[in-house]
Write a protein that binds this ligand. Sequence first.
Ligand SMILES: NC(=O)c1ccc[n+]([C@@H]2O[C@H](COP(=O)([O-])OP(=O)(O)OC[C@H]3O[C@@H](n4cnc5c(N)ncnc54)[C@H](OP(=O)(O)O)[C@@H]3O)[C@@H](O)[C@H]2O)c1
Length: 326
Amino acid sequence: MNKHHIYSTLRSIIIAAIIILNSINMNAQTTSLGLEKHSEQPYLTLNNGVRMPQVGLGLYMIQEGDEAYNSVRTALAQGYRHFDCAHAYRNERSLGRALKDSGIPRDSVWITSKLWQNEYGKGKTATSIDRMLSRLGLDYIDLVYFHQPVGDYVEGWQELEEVLKSGKVRAIGISNFDASDSIFDSLVKHCRIKPQIMQIECHPYAQRRHWQQRCAEEGIQLACWFPLGGRDSKGEILRDPVINRIAKAHGKSAAQVIIRWHIQEGFSVIPGASNPEYIKENIDVMDFALSNVEMAAIRALDKEKRYFNMSYEDQVRWFKQWNPED
Ligand SMILES: NC(=O)c1ccc[n+]([C@@H]2O[C@H](COP(=O)([O-])OP(=O)(O)OC[C@H]3O[C@@H](n4cnc5c(N)ncnc54)[C@H](OP(=O)(O)O)[C@@H]3O)[C@@H](O)[C@H]2O)c1
């Protein structure tokens, strides 16, 4: 055997070993996540012991009426059991109607909505939740967020804590409280009941490590909006070469790889879609796992590139100017 043959045999052995190690690692991850091929969806346990399906359908920009109703019906038929809504999206009625018409038991579906800045404080919160329940056609809701750190959110939080105790809401959360540490602290360090969850922009190009750490320290679950980059990204992350290389290796789409990355990071992920094919594709992520090497390759894509870049001062100004109608 000449020198060339020895080198090429050694190279083949090393490549085979890498492939075998990678697949052992993948299987270990699948098992440790408790995910079998085509298994049920994973759940997250929040700091008050309530269990929430990790993957949901986001309803931002989905038109009230046929579009929202059909998207929710399609998603329920595909196995989604978590919907992320908001008063500001103005499609709570279609969500509630689709859930009712599906005949799926209420207690097997997780419903989230968000209060706008003018709906809490000065004793308004309990009434606002009653109105929300009436729009949804429900007698309780699983999770309510304050949509932004705007308005009387400290006083409002005390009111929301009382609604939580009443049982009309099962979990309470904060959304967009990543505007600064002082804003986050102004609520988290002074509340009696800590938020169960914080929802912020988070995806492979802006992984929000500071907020991952702050949430972990406070026992707060992280939920990711714009998980695929959102509409304003114009599919930039979906075209990323590293993500597409990993997708090809698994016979999956770039979106499925990104959603899988969110799941394995332990985030709650709520991709938004109205296209029935996307809705179907985005939940079909339970039959594969990313290896540690692949997770590290996606982590390395972080460049804190946000697709929503409005300053906090502008947010306050804009969000106080506009209020969702009932
Ligand atoms: N708390 C907040 O302030 C806040 C802010 C923004 C969003 N959110 C929540 O987070 C959810 C997710 O964010 P988002 O919907 O804005 O952004 P996203 O999920 O990152 O992206 C949605 C866009 O991706 C497209 N898409 C979905 N699945 C796809 C796939 N498999 N392949 C290719 N394209 C795909 C959708 O297309 P189609 O529409 O054509 O189907 C839509 O244009 C929202 O729906 C909302 O519930 C919260």
